[in-house]
Design a protein around this ligand. Sequence first.
Ligand code: FAD
Ligand code: DLZ
Ligand code: SF4
Length: 509
Amino acid sequence: MRIGLILGDQLTPSLASLRVLDPACDQLIMAEVVDEATYVGHHPQKIALLFSAMRHFADELRQMGWQVHYHKYDPQSEHRSLLDVVTERVRSDAPSELVLTQCGEYRLQHAMDMEWQDHLGIPVTIYGDDRFLCSTSQFAAWADGRKQLRMEYFYREMRRETGYLMKDGEPEGGQWNFDSDNRKRWDGKTPFPEAPVFSRDDIDRDVLALVREHFSHHTGNLTHFPWATRRHQAEQALSFFIENALPAFGDFQDAMVRNEKALFHSLLSPYINCGLLTPRQVCDAAEQAWREGLAPLNAVEGFIRQIIGWREYVRGIYWLHMPGYAKENTLKNSRSLPHYYWDGDTRMACMADCFRNTFDNAYAHHIQRLMVTGNFALLAGIHPEEICEWYLAVYADAYEWVELPNTLGMVMHADGGYLGSKPYAASGNYIHKMSDYCKHCDYQVKTRSDSDSCPFNSLYWHFIHRHEKEFSKNPRMAMIYRSFAKMQEDERQRTLDRAEHLLIHLEEL
Ligand code: FAD
Ligand code: DLZ
Ligand code: SF4
């Protein structure tokens, strides 16, 4: 008898290890454990989503004929880690081998590779996670010998390889990328879809009670719980997105609207990341919508690019550069994360709204993460480790393989620039252009050097000034440095003084 361990983000019936094992003679373990639930202060909605989805998946596996040993969360249990639970099972049942699918996170994968076999005294076999469309070795081969790893080129390879939106070897519509059509502010008219509401069963109710009892001290609200926890519910969420939001996804992909949750974004990342949906299934559905004339090409191309492009690319970068990647800090930032990242209490209207969405929903859409909370951390020079821990804690879709390259690389430019040829730094003007936030704010978005000027404006110029050495030779930033040089000397000094003041009083904004 062999034994398979299925992790909380491996809830997919076609998982590599499940294809190798045999329900007729092998057995499975799934475990809710203290170590996984607390290695970072996960949002309570994320824990509830995962524990409930895990319990539902265990039932699904049993219906498929598997024997599943399921360890429910118990903070008093002596089995605190996944290895503890597996060790106990190996002692009691003496399996001949432990079979695993590669983990999403380095810390656990490394422990499995280095310690588990010796500790357990049986062979440990780990299969690659082929739910991803690009294996880690394929990515490494693509990266080998390239000076720059640009996502756009990787994405084109993935389009060719998967055949998504391709015709006779050429991209549909004659272009690889329709991003220039995807930068509109919300028109104030196109209605936002109402998210589907999912029915709850006893498993959901038990898990919600458990999470309320044990994880209420983690940042994030559990007053409502909007997530699907069963596969058919996640499939409902996918169909809902395709029918109701995908048609406008492209146009308003970069827009932000106060008090809204997701605009026309899919809200599918938690399901794709934990395995209730597969990337292929999601892209198939989007492509089909285009072929049937239900969604325009700019929307479908933009959506598929996020998945076969960005999602696969950041995973490739993660495995190529870990473990050193997590420690990188090219811009030598050292400031602490201000309290409002944890309690939401700030007068900056844009930041307050992104925190509201984050705490209430364990969600913020990409532009909120990148251009508001992320941008602020970049401009303020927050230490990458602190901001990375925050992003890993507060979102239902957060796993280090995807969070770290997005935060450390894309947002903080702390890796020297794999994910962007220039930092995504922006002043309040960008936020003003793409949202309705500024009209609700105490700060003035049109000024940069006054005592009530938008902090993003003053900090933006301070960032440009303090990183002149790193960026002034970058051709994509030449215009910005020319504008900075042209600024009246006294205005420049007043802006930098205002920024210094803000940095000293960062906790009070
Ligand atoms: P949509 O906008 O509907 O996009 C569709 C899908 O594309 C997503 O579900 C996701 O699977 C994929 N996708 C889109 N953008 C990215 C991206 N940049 N990287 C990888 N996949 C992408 N995504 C996570 O899944 N987990 C994280 O922990 C995470 N941390 C992030 C941290 C920062 C600082 C930033 C800037 C981005 C982060 N992202 C993360 C990427 C992105 O913001 C989320 O995937 C997206 O907001 C999820 O919402 P959605 O499903 O509505 O996405
Ligand atoms: C995120 C998470 C949480 C909160 N709890 C568990 C758990 O109790 N048991 C489990 O198997 N997985 C959990 N996970 C997901 C793991 O952290 C994830 O599998 C690893 O980080 C590897 O990606
Ligand atoms: Fe944000 Fe500045 Fe606009 Fe206020 S004025 S909402 S701080 S961008």
